[in-house]
Ligand binder design. Structure first.
Ligand SMILES: Cc1cc2nc3c(=O)[nH]c(=O)nc-3n(C[C@H](O)[C@H](O)[C@H](O)COP(=O)(O)OP(=O)(O)OC[C@H]3O[C@@H](n4cnc5c(N)ncnc54)[C@H](O)[C@@H]3O)c2cc1C
Length: 371
């Protein structure tokens, strides 16, 4: 194939880049070392939270809005729903990072959110046992994105636009080659005018950036009072507790409510160092959270998944040009999935025009100071 653009890595960001480029008439070749929607990187595990009142930084809000439009476009071309609207409850101490950050983003971008005190939280969501030292902020326009289904839909739509997606083909090297790039894989060498690098946890193979990898284990719990965790009565949640950040997603099937700790594990230099077995020690932190804040979920484990975060030192994304014809996106730091459609747009803009009108300045290459 004679491609305009080669995309290395077909997780959430690479598939989106291929999809967005194909919608602009670009001929794209995508290369993935495993199969599409595999479970060894960062983009698996059925569901992701999408939200707009972004405690991490208010600059994410316009991009979150744009991402909702992108998911809607995908839904229209596919005919299925991938985003389920469900309120997001942010819980934490009144002057903690989470509550202050959500409030700031909501204020700066006029997002409608509802402030709850601890007794409001207990009354509205009886599953939560929160002390009076905590408050809640409820964002009604948040939701849940279907992970594997949406990515396979992106792949299918991209293929309809003529994209070639090659699975089980590992890229071993790339180089600038005359007026284009040359990419060497385990099966051959390909040439294109431009290159997009979206290698997720493996990004350091191609990028000289201080990225680390963190193993995350997510659990599904049946719950002793299953009806408390149904999507119509239980929110998506993020909780800022003395033991760290935890998040959860209501029960969508018989596995029950999904709960995990956000961060809280060792940072490792590469995905090869990850232990993919789950042992009793992995449950300890989540169990302690459930016993304190969500006791009726402290029940049998009905499912689990090991997933990887790729972290930047400041936990903000990295999306930029590497060379004139080479762009990359990496370091989504455990909160990138919701943005996949708009990250694909930014990559397509940078790749085709060297700039983007989308507000992505926060993600440029930068000198990191350790957190
Ligand atoms: C447990 C968990 C929960 C999360 N929850 C949320 C959430 O609620 N909301 C949210 O917005 N985000 C969330 N995230 C973050 C989000 O899922 C990630 O930011 C996003 O999936 C990252 O996508 P990616 O494309 O960068 O990486 P990946 O999906 O890992 O894709 C990288 C791809 O590149 C391929 N690749 C690498 N090297 C090569 C090579 N040499 N040759 C060919 N292919 C290669 C890999 O095989 C992989 O498929 C969560 C992440 C985890 C792990």
């Amino acid at each position: 194939m004679n491609a305009d653009t080669i995309v290395i890595g077909l997780g959430a960001m690479g598939l989106s880049a291929a999809w967005q480029l194909s919608r602009r008439g670009q001929r794209v070749l995508g290369l993935e070392q495993f199969g599409l929607a595999h479970d060894r990187g960062s983009s698996h595990g059925q569901t992701r939270i999408i939200r707009q009142a972004y405690y991490e930084h208010p600059d994410y809000v316009p991009l979150a809005r744009r991402a909702y439009e992108g998911w809607f476009d995908l839904e229209q071309s596919d005919g299925r729903r991938f985003v389920t609207i469900c309120p997001c409850l942010s819980l934490g101490p009144v002057s903690g990072e989470l509550i202050l950050g959500v409030r700031r983003a909501a204020r700066e971008h006029s997002l409608p959110v509802e402030e709850l005190n601890a007794s409001d939280v207990r009354r509205r969501f009886p599953a939560f046992e929160v002390g009076d030292d905590m408050v809640g902020i409820l964002e009604h326009t948040a939701g849940i994105v279907a992970v594997e289904d949406s990515l396979l839909a992106m792949a299918a739509d991209a293929r309809r636009f003529g994209v070639e997606l090659r699975e089980n083909e590992t890229v071993v090297a790339w180089r600038l080659d005359g007026s284009g790039v040359s990419v060497e894989t385990t099966s051959g060498t390909y040439r294109a005018e431009r290159l997009v690098i979206t290698a997720g946890p493996w990004a350091r193979r191609f990028l000289d950036e201080p990225l680390t990898v963190m193993r995350q284990v997510v659990f599904w719990f049946a719950g002793t009072k299953r009806q408390q965790f149904r999507r119509d009565v239980f929110p998506v949640f993020i909780a800022d507790t003395p033991g760290g950040y935890y998040y959860g997603i209501p029960a969508l099937d018989t596995r029950g409510v999904k709960v995990a700790q956000h961060y809280g594990a060792d940072e490792l230099p590469s995905p090869d160092a990850i232990n993919r077995q789950v042992g009793p020690a992995d449950e300890a932190a989540v169990r302690a959270f459930l016993q304190r804040y969500l006791p009726s979920a402290d029940d049998r484990v009905e499912g689990l998944s090991v997933c990887l975060y790729t972290l930047t030192p400041d936990r903000h994304f990295l999306i930029d040009q590497l060379e004139e014809r080479v762009v990359f996106a990496a370091g989504f730091s455990g909160h990138g999935f919701k943005f996949a459609p708009v990250v694909g747009e930014i990559l397509a803009d940078l790749s085709m025009w060297g700039k983007t009108s989308l507000p992505a300045a926060l993600f440029r290459r930068r000198a990191f100071t350790p957190v």
